[in-house]
Design a protein around this ligand. Structure first.
Ligand SMILES: C=CC1=C(C)c2cc3[nH]c(cc4nc(cc5[nH]c(cc1n2)c(C)c5CCC(=O)O)C(CCC(=O)O)=C4C)c(C)c3C=C
Ligand SMILES: [Fe+2]
Length: 453
């Protein structure tokens, strides 16, 4: 995803770009790392701080103030907090974090609606406390000493959840199973699930602490079905905020819809009743009002055939995507953010963006306007033994967010399945489709409107 990340000097920066930022719970116990003045001095820069300390009487006062400061402040990354409460769950429009975990759970035999409700309440409380940086919520100790580091936890419901909880009549129409695609090589044991968690943080220990704590707090109600881990670039690793890169080396996320686009919410979030009927309705008609403000997540583990890719010339790699590898600029000219000119011809009359280039085949204009927000993590799970020797088990934990999978992922993947130059370098190995409820209001838990409505 491309959302540029801004740096901040505040202790709890609201990185989320939508309205989660207005609803942080201010009534609970204090976060474990309040801002300190030392941090503010630090923002003056090394030279400024050195000048202060060397500056005679006033320098001595400043030095004393620094010594008396407690606790030692966090860097801006550790101190960043993303509000848990809001109209939408955190982790959808939140800028990509450095570490990510995905996990699916099935309700335990005998667990039904009551157990699911208690579980979602437990998980929501834990996620809120962890995202506020409250040490007591971390059952592992692995996140001790750190701030929330931009932690987000996002919860989703799979198709089977509604059968297990006796809520089949409230299952939204958008949860119809995804069609089979010809390139699928899906592992059923690592696909689907009653419940889905997406965890992201800018610190690997914080992200792990959240995963493990939430898994433990599943208790007897749910059992882990599958779990996968991913990563992105660490914020601050580049000279300026830049789009992500994937493991093929491409700039990835450039042409994502932007929160400031007038139709962004319509593409990404399920409207209240009266909006698109298909996504916010139940299968037999009627409204799935509980999903208003929510979204649908399509999750795919897509392995990249990196050894094959690495043997392809740079020119060919760029034509497979339709963009330059160095800076992500379209092959039709300009820079990264220049709109792609699909009709541009080269002097020999051929198309600058080839007919099977990934960006041509995937673009909304090639798919009746189909639009999704891609927010993926790279993964590397070691090496696979093959006849040709070890090959990296690496690729993309692809996540697409949309108001309606039939107007986002499905038509685009159908098209890619048939005519995408990139697909011969990819293997889709696992898949899931989840209905992600809107965010919880203060005092509420995620999914309460479904489970208690
Ligand atoms: C079904 C949807 C998509 C899948 C699956 C998918 C996999 C995938 N994509 C890349 C790399 C890039 N994708 C880019 C653009 C792009 N991809 C999709 C959809 C899917 N990609 C869309 C809708 C778009 C935007 C098209 C447009 O409007 O221009 C790009 C270009 C940069 C960008 O805009 O993000 C790259 C690079 C990989 C490696 C991959 C599977 C592993
Ligand atoms: Fe793509």
């Amino acid at each position: 995803m491309s959302s540029p990340r801004s740096t901040s000097t505040k202790s709890t920066k609201h990185t989320d770009t939508t309205d989660n930022a207005d609803s942080a719970d201010s009534t609970a116990e204090a976060p474990r790392h309040p801002v300190s003045r030392r941090r503010l001095v630090g923002t003056a820069g090394a030279a400024g701080a050195a000048g202060l300390l060397a500056g005679g009487a006033s320098g001595a006062v400043a030095a004393e103030a620094l010594r008396d400061e407690a606790p030692t402040p966090l860097t801006s990354i550790g101190a960043n907090g993303v509000p848990f409460h809001g109209r939408h769950q955190a982790g959808i429009t939140t800028p990509l974090q450095a570490a990510g975990h995905f996990a699916a759970f099935d309700l335990a035999p005998g667990a039904g609606r009551a157990q699911a409700a208690a579980l979602l309440k437990r998980w929501s409380d834990t996620a809120r406390e962890l995202s506020e940086g409250r040490a007591a919520a971390d059952a592992t100790g692995s996140a001790r000493d750190a701030g929330p580091a931009g932690l987000t936890v996002t919860f989703g419901f799979g198709r089977t959840f509604f059968d297990r909880t006796g809520l089949a009549d409230r299952r939204p129409a958008g949860l119809e199973p995804l069609p089979a695609f010809s390139a699928d090589a899906l592992d059923a044991r690592r696909s689907d699930g009653d419940l889905w968690l997406q965890i992201g943080a800018d610190d690997a220990l914080v992200a792990f602490g959240a995963l493990r704590t939430l898994q433990r707090r599943a208790g007897d109600a749910a059992v882990l079905r599958w779990q996968m881990s991913g990563f992105n670039r660490t914020p601050g690793a580049t000279d300026r905020p830049r789009s992500a890169r994937n493991l093929m080396g491409q700039v990835d996320g450039t042409n994502n819809p932007k929160p400031e686009d007038p139709d962004f919410a319509g593409h990404v979030f399920v409207p209240a009743s009266g909006g698109t009927p298909a996504s916010g309705a139940v299968a037999g008609g009627g409204s799935a009002e509980w999903l208003a403000g929510g979204s649908y997540a399509v999750f795919r583990r897509i392995r990249m055939l990196l050894d094959t890719w690495d043997h392809v010339s740079l020119e060919r790699q760029e034509r497979v995507i339709g963009r330059r590898k160095s800076d992500g600029a379209p092959l039709s000219g300009g820079e990264e953010t220049t709109p792609v000119d699909m009709n541009k011809q080269l002097p020999d009359g051929s198309l600058a963006i080839p007919g099977d280039a990934h960006v041509r085949v995937a673009a909304p204009e090639s798919n009746g306007g189909a639009t999704m927000l891609r927010r993926s993590f790279s993964y590397h799970d070691g090496y696979l033994d093959t006849r040709d020797g070890p090959v990296p088990d690496a690729g993309l934990l692809f996540v697409a967010w949309q108001a309606d999978p039939l107007k986002g992922f499905v038509p685009v993947q159908r098209k890619l399945d048939r005519g995408d130059g990139l697909s011969r370098f990819l293997r889709h190995e696992s898949s899931g489709l989840f209905a992600v409820p809107g965010g919880a209001a203060a005092g509420e838990y995620v999914g309460q409107r479904l489970l208690e409505g």
